[in-house]
Design a protein around this ligand. Structure first.
Ligand SMILES: [Zn+2]
Length: 197
């Protein structure tokens, strides 16, 4: 059972286990949030739990009563939005350069593009945003194992690292079914799911 975690400003920032969610509420570091955006501290939530018979999140048994499992919690002290860096993948690099060859500027189909080390790998060039650009095959061949000045080539599009995603990105490590109760907290933010297997 997963619980959606909001920051203090009600931005969705994370998904966590119900155990951790309840621990955070118990430690008074988070409050439970219901569908009407009401918040509950641990005592209130215990009182409410005793009063309800049905709860969409289910219950966890305690010695004296059944404690409802929150669906959404909000952290009390954390108001940041975690920054997310764009992953260095072929797809992201192609998209970053808009499927253009950075040497001649031609826009091409993905299968007509290649990745090129500006400073060749064999000469110590790194494989990172600063040294990798998209290139068409002819430019790639022309440049070969040379440096830019040796090949007498110029970059029409300068390499640069994509700006850090300013969105409110949540990274899901595995595909998780989004719960309907989360929807209203997610609808009003930029929801960026990265699925990793
Ligand atoms: Zn080219």
């Amino acid at each position: 059972m997963e619980v959606l975690v909001l920051n203090r400003n009600f931005f969705a920032i994370q998904i966590t286990s119900w155990r951790r969610a309840l621990r955070l509420v118990c430690l008074d570091r988070a409050q439970v949030v219901d569908q009407e955006y009401r918040t509950y501290n641990f005592d209130d939530w215990c009182t409410l739990s005793r009063a309800v018979k049905d709860h969409p999140g289910g219950f966890v048994k305690t010695p004296n009563f059944n404690l409802a499992i929150p669906e959404v919690i909000a952290l009390k002290f954390y108001d940041k939005v975690p920054m997310r860096e764009m992953k260095f993948t072929r797809k992201n690099i192609y998209e970053h350069y808009d499927y253009k060859c950075c040497y001649c500027g031609k826009k091409l189909a993905p299968n007509e593009l290649n990745l090129d080390h500006i400073v060749p790998k064999s000469r110590g060039g790194k494989t990172d945003w600063k040294n990798i650009v998209t290139s068409c095959f002819p430019c790639n061949l022309k440049k070969g194992n040379m440096l830019l000045n040796e090949a007498k080539m110029k970059l029409l599009i300068k390499p640069n690292r994509p700006s850090i995603n300013p969105g409110f990105g949540i990274i899901l490590k595995s595909p998780i079914r989004l719960r309907t109760s989360w929807q209203k907290f997610i609808d009003n933010i930029y929801w960026n799911i990265e699925l990793e297997n």
